[in-house]
Design a protein around this ligand. Structure first.
Ligand code: SF4
Length: 348
């Protein structure tokens, strides 16, 4: 599965589900927005497997596994990938490749990588003191030679040199997603781009589309790190996998008026309509919003809301992977996410 297939679905509500397989990580990257260490929380495997076993009843298209370092639990990753496959979904794992310095890929990790449909690896100046670039390139060489679908995820700042190197070495066989640094965790004071002031214009949030199963078992409506880490934002809580299965989480994702309103109007518009003082940045403003499902339903049912929903739905259907990366990644590198993908429909 190509990276572009994942990103093309990323704005479609409940087309995917993200699983925090663990918050633990053996690396100490200075930009880690989850502030992961080997003391970080880790959910019991049986809890995740039980939830993954419910995917088959209304399968998503993609199961995305991240962390922390998900390949600290390679057997669990392989088992979840197997359950996803049995449900008719495809799977993706994002790793920091902590194992790449070993002479061989450990057997259990190799099995996990083979079990998923896409292997993404982080490469950036913050990872390199932990895992040398040469080791990650050797890993990519090996996986590509075996036909594994891979991509690189990197961060804004020094992406130009890395993307040029990857292009010279691999042509378009390794798509690259360049994201902004997330100013949270160990990167809290490393903000490269200031959060834009929030205005009251309609700015739909496409990230309130794929539920995130956090390491605590709580399920959030988006991947905003403050929300995932437990910031009080009741309108962005979807449930808990100890009590809610995937069909119920999916139903809430699709039906909750607050989430539909965030996907249609965005937080700045709702804050202005409801006289909530905005913060700098859409996510900060969003977290201040009250859980006003009845008011959100009224906004959606109003004539403007009806039109806005159909316009946004059409734009999500037509929006491609590069369009998603342009908005949520670093725009100047957005086209790199579609590199090497076989021909498909419109993707701008
Ligand atoms: S705007 Fe709200 S729903 Fe969207 S990503 Fe930010 S916090 Fe989440």
């Amino acid at each position: 599965m190509h990276l572009a297939e994942v990103l093309r679905l990323r704005a479609i509500p409940a087309a995917g589900v993200c699983l925090e397989v663990t918050r633990r990580c053996p690396l100490k990257c200075a930009h880690c927005f989850t502030n992961s260490s080997m003391a970080s929380p880790e959910p019991p495997a049986d809890r995740l497997l039980r939830f993954a076993g419910t995917l088959a009843r209304r399968p998503p298209s993609i199961v995305l596994m991240s962390g922390g370092e998900p390949l600290l639990r390679p057997r669990l990753v392989a088992e979840i990938a197997g359950l996803a496959k049995a449900a008719g979904a495809r799977s993706y794992v994002l790793s920091g490749a902590y194992f790449a310095t070993r002479p061989r890929i450990p057997a259990a990790i190799r099995t996990a990588i083979k079990a998923v449909d896409h292997f993404a690896v982080s490469m950036d100046p913050f990872h390199e003191p932990e895992v040398p670039r040469t080791a990650v390139l050797a890993l990519l060489d090996e996986l590509l030679s075996e036909g594994t679908a891979v991509s690189v995820q990197t961060v804004d700042g020094q992406a130009e040199e890395l993307t040029a190197l990857l292009r010279d070495r691999y042509g378009d066989r390794v798509p690259v997603l360049v994201t902004p640094l997330i100013a949270a965790g160990r990167a809290a004071d490393r903000r490269h781009r200031a959060a834009p002031p929030t205005d009251s214009s309609v700015t739909p949030c496409a990230l309130a589309a794929w539920p995130v199963v956090t390491a605590s078992g709580a399920v959030t409506a988006c991947c905003n790190e403050q929300v995932v880490a437990g910031a009080p934002a009741p309108h962005l809580r979807l449930g808990h996998i100890d009590t809610d299965d995937w069909p119920e989480i999916r139903r809430r994702t699709l039906a909750r008026p607050m989430l539909r309103a965030l996907r249609t109007f965005g937080p700045g518009y709702l804050a202005a309509r409801w006289a909530v003082d905005p913060e700098s940045g859409h996510c900060a403003t969003c977290r201040r919003l009250p859980a006003e499902n009845s008011k959100a339903a009224a906004e959606l049912d109003a004539p403007f809301g009806t039109i806005a929903q159909s316009v946004v739905a059409a734009s999500v259907r037509q929006g491609g992977a590069a369009a998603f990366a342009r908005r949520y990644g670093v725009p100047e590198y957005a086209e790199l996410v579609v590199g090497g993908e076989p021909a498909h429909g419109p993707d701008q």
